[in-house]
Design a protein around this ligand. Structure first.
Ligand SMILES: [Zn+2]
Length: 336
């Protein structure tokens, strides 16, 4: 095993954003992994890169969630989860309740450009987010209904964003990128799965935002699921968990951006401040996920739970969350 490995920070589309990290121990508990296939002898360089990139990213993400306030102790299926690094052909990645699977695919427009979903830390962390949610609340993972299914997708996208914020080099990069403008803006942090999104957009235009798979910097407002259309365009909310999830993710990222100056306490936020608010958002998400009731109108239920739980981490946070949730119509004005 090498002492260090080279990995993407967040997404292959951010081609300059690579970093060197200690080689991970994927067998470490809690939340151990088995990567399939294992590395073998003398693998092609690209296969070796993808293996260590996935191993290091998943280890970092699992360690992040395992450090949460009410952390899962095991996966739903036990101590070790199987991860298929390249299961078959397709523009896809999935958590099926038992395993994580990643695929490879290309588009008719660019047949020689092969996209490996398991090469993107954003997608690795998104799918791991599904598995974490399932480990915490399997009833939520199994539940049907647009609001609760979409929350699972938002939990996955927040996993991608929050896990990227564990890397001080990436935090410094995003602070420089957003310098002179609001942190609440489109950035390398807010754009989830840029490379994969650019391919999926060519095949399914309604399934990807214009600049990535899903941008957490968005202005989507809550709409009653019974009123949304069955199909829609990329910039509208329609009857699809990924589409609907952008309402939650937008609200969570907007709240995260407003938590930053609160945490910085009047000082300019540094990379460490970003890591601290990512920890707070993780804990608020986990606590609210544990306490929210599975009821019709789940969006308002989880929002109310997040407001309540956020007070444990900073007394100014409840107002931040309440303001965002009301502005986005996730909570009615009357609750305030
Ligand atoms: Zn998902």
């Amino acid at each position: 095993m090498p002492a260090t490995v080279t990995v993407w920070e967040k997404d292959p589309a951010l081609a300059a954003r690579i970093t060197v990290v200690p080689a991970p121990d994927i067998t470490k508990t809690p939340l151990a992994f088995r990567l399939i296939p294992s590395l073998g002898n003398n693998p092609p360089q690209a296969v070796e890169f993808r293996y260590w990139n996935a191993a290091a990213t998943l280890r970092r993400a699992a360690d992040f969630w395992a450090a949460s306030s009410q952390a899962p102790v095991t996966w739903r299926g036990g101590q070790v989860i199987d991860v298929f690094l390249d299961r078959s052909e397709g523009l896809n990645s999935e958590y099926d309740g038992t395993t994580l699977s990643f695929y490879h695919g290309s588009t008719v427009a660019h047949p020689t450009l092969v996209i490996y979903s398991g090469e993107s830390p954003d997608l690795l962390c998104h799918e791991l987010g599904h598995a974490i949610l399932d480990a915490i609340r399997s009833d939520l993972f199994d539940a049907e209904g647009l609001e609760v299914e979409a929350f699972g997708e938002a939990f996955g996208d927040m996993s991608a964003i929050l896990c990227a914020m564990q890397l001080p080099t990436f935090c410094s990069f995003v602070l420089a990128e957003t310098s002179g403008r609001s942190f609440w803006s489109s950035s390398s942090l807010s754009r989830v799965a840029q490379q994969f999104g650019s391919a999926l957009r060519l095949v399914k235009p309604a399934d990807a935002d214009e600049d990535c798979l899903r941008n957490a910097w968005n202005n989507h407002f809550y709409v009653d699921p019974s009123t949304v259309s069955k199909v829609g365009l990329a910039d509208t909310i329609w009857n699809n968990a990924h589409s609907f999830s952008r309402i939650y993710t937008g609200a969570f990222f907007e709240a995260l951006s407003a938590m930053l100056p609160v945490k910085a306490g009047g000082n300019a936020p540094g990379p460490e401040t970003l890591r601290q608010v990512s920890d707070d958002m993780r804990d608020i998400l986990v606590d609210a996920t544990r306490s929210a009731q599975l009821v019709p109108g789940f969006a308002a239920e989880i929002a109310a739970a997040m407001i309540e739980e956020s007070d444990k981490y900073h007394h100014a946070y409840p107002d931040v969350f309440q303001g965002v949730f009301i502005r986005r119509n996730i909570l009615p004005q009357a609750i305030s």
